[in-house]
Each structure stands twice: as structure tokens, then as C-alpha cells.
Design a protein around this ligand. Structure first.
Ligand SMILES: [Zn+2]
Length: 271
């Protein structure tokens, strides 16, 4: 499951990279290599640039639009409607070549979300888990366009939660999470352990799983969901007012037993 490990690169320091990429398609079009985007399409706030014709992948549009609906319904937040550019490649080789040219400084990932200064970009290529990657990275785009400096665990946890195209898709994570709990020490399943990881490079596969578990717990526990909504409202990038932490270590200590029980009981989760 190594592919989960840091497949996202979150560049809040977009200024380093954005000199050549701000502006999106026009500058992309002037790139050194001969990439072209025969398919360019606007779908709500998404701007899709694809190297191949989309009728082969009808679910791309449907999944991106339903992701927006799910995020909005679940979090009830006035998300900022900023364009999200989706770059979709037919082949891994062209995806790799493109990223190497434009983001050569960065380690390779199977999918990438890049937050430039004024541009939000998702890069993915066609493979069996494309939709999962797309939803994961697009969730990062929605969150980071709207909120200022989310904690890493929350950003990754929500992306892991919303990446599954259906409740059935989340079932795989549920069994993995249950297995993790069988082998991990109690301290290693506390959110306080996860919160200590501030960099993506610190995150390993089990950390993504744990972030998913805590995000799922928060989303399904009414009082925590209410706190999350309040916290996010305070972090809105247009007017950040909230300075307080979401789930302090004391609050985590209070909730950790319920969290563990929810895993062991395999509490049903919503779609
Ligand atoms: Zn991620």
C-alpha cells in the first residue's frame, strides 16, 4: 500500500514554483515540451485539461461534481469558489515527463496537488485508481482554496475520507483500520501522536489510515462535527479569525476511548 505514502505534495510556498505556472493554460501552452490539451472543458469551478477524449471516462465529471456536493453537504461551509485546474494524462509516461519538466525539484508522486500563488492544480493520469486519486487531490484543492493553514492530519484525513467514490470504497479502509488497531499500541493510535507529524515526509501509510480514522470519527460524531464546522468557519481564507486549535490534546484524551471503541465495533459510516 506504499502508494498512499505522500502521494500529495502541498506547496503553500507556491511562489517558488508559480512564476512559470500562474495563469494556467496559456503558460502551459508555451511549455518547452510539446504537450497539448485536445480536451479543455469547464465543469463548474473545475477546468479540465486532458490529453485524451473524455467520453472514455464519463465518471470523471460525475465524480468531481459529486465530490463538491458531498463536501458542501457534510461540512456546510461556504467554500470559496476558486478555479481548480485538473490536468489529466492518458499515460503515466507523459504524466511523469510533464512533471519532471515543470516540477523537477519535487519527488515523484502518483498524483499531485499543487497550490500555486493564484492557481490550484491537480495532476493525475489514467490508471485503475484514477478516480480515487482525483477525488483525493481535488479534496485538497477545495480545502486549501478555502481554509488557511489546516493541520496536516485534518487535511490528509478529510482527503482520505472523501477520496472513496462510494461507501463501498470506504469499506477497504475500514478493514485496514481495524487491522492497524490490532497491531498498534494505544499511544500510536491517538490523534496526539498524529498531530506531532507536521510534515508530509513524516507521514507513512499507517498515518494516512489513522488520519482517515480520526476524520471519519469526527464527521460521524455530532458534537465533534459541530466543532469542526466552527473551526473551519474560523479558518476561512477570506477572513481567518480562528486562532484556536481543533481538538486540543486534552480533548483528544477525552475522546480517544470512544474513537477506539468505534473502530472495534466497526460502527457504520455514512456514504
Ligand atoms: Zn493527500
Amino acid at each position: 500500500m506504499g502508494h498512499y505514502c505522500g502521494r500529495t505534495i502541498l506547496l503553500m510556498v507556491g511562489a517558488i514554483f508559480c512564476s512559470g505556472i500562474v495563469g494556467g493554460r496559456d503558460l502551459w501552452g508555451q511549455a518547452k515540451t510539446s504537450f497539448s490539451w485536445p480536451v479543455e472543458k469547464r465543469m463548474g469551478i473545475y477546468r479540465l485539461h486532458a490529453t485524451f477524449s473524455l467520453p472514455e471516462l464519463p465518471e470523471v465529471e460525475q465524480e468531481l461534481l459529486s465530490l463538491e456536493k458531498e463536501l458542501t453537504e457534510k461540512l456546510e461551509i461556504p467554500f470559496i469558489k476558486k478555479d481548480i485546474h485538473i490536468y489529466l494524462f492518458a499515460y503515466q509516461s507523459s504524466y511523469e515527463a510533464y512533471l519532471k519538466e515543470h516540477f523537477g525539484e519535487l519527488p515523484y508522486r502518483r498524483a499531485m496537488y499543487v497550490q500555486g500563488k493564484n492557481t490550484s492544480m491537480v495532476f493525475v493520469y489514467y490508471h485503475p485508481e484514477l478516480i480515487t486519486d482525483l477525488r483525493h487531490e481535488a479534496t485538497h484543492a477545495w480545502l486549501n482554496n478555502s481554509f488557511d493553514s489546516l493541520p496536516l492530519w485534518l487535511d490528509e484525513g478529510l482527503a482520505e475520507y472523501f477520496e472513496a467514490p462510494s461507501a463501498q470504497g470506504r469499506q477497504t479502509k475500514e478493514s485496514e483500520l481495524s487491522d492497524l488497531f490490532k497491531k498498534a499500541s494505544p499511544a500510536a493510535t491517538s490523534l496526539n501522536y498524529l498531530k506531532a507529524k507536521a510534515n508530509l515526509s513524516d507521514m507513512v501509510h499507517d498515518d494516512y489510515l489513522l488520519a482517515y480514522g480520526w476524520a471519519r470519527f469526527v464527521l460521524n460524531e455530532p458534537s465533534l462535527l459541530k466543532s469542526l464546522k466552527n473551526y473551519l468557519k474560523g479558518r476561512l481564507a477570506t477572513n481567518p479569525v480562528g486562532g484556536e486549535e481543533f481538538l486540543t490534546s486534552q480533548e483528544v484524551d477525552f475522546w480517544v476511548d470512544s474513537f477506539r471503541k468505534s473502530i472495534h465495533k466497526n460502527v457504520p459510516f455514512e456514504k
